[in-house]
Design a protein. Sequence first.
Length: 172
Amino acid sequence: MRHTMPALEHTLAYSGKPHCSVRLKGNDGMAKLWLMLVLLLAASVAGCRHKPDEERVREAVAAAAAAAEAGHPADTVASLSDDFEGNHGTLDRQGLQNLLRVLRLRGQSVHALVGPIATDVRGERLVATFTVTLTAGIGVLPEQAGVWRVESAWRKEGGDWRCYSATWEKAL
């Protein structure tokens, strides 16, 4: 026996588009909000691509410079590894953070203008080279003002890029 279905009519009750006949019980508004949120998250994850490692390091350098200018020592050193070594042991992570704290306590400011950042991938590590122009407010280390050439070495630690070594020399 052949089973036949009646033809669907295009009326206001049926537009030809599938629609959901599931009714949510309880707090319909909250359930719909959660459903919408889940769908948005799924769509954003599906379309999301990870940033290239080189871009992530460039962003970390820019964030450190912005934090230094804003007078936030902890944020300035956030991208440095715990064993960071600057200029062959002349400055470590804690030393840099303390220097920035002293400047902030004195009400002095530092301005850093970072030039273009060149990156070079070396196996699982990355080297970022750039110039930084340092200027300062009145009374802030005038001998340190000027243009500096920086070479920084980066490695991944727990999915984040951390600077573990840097050297710098006065460019001008």
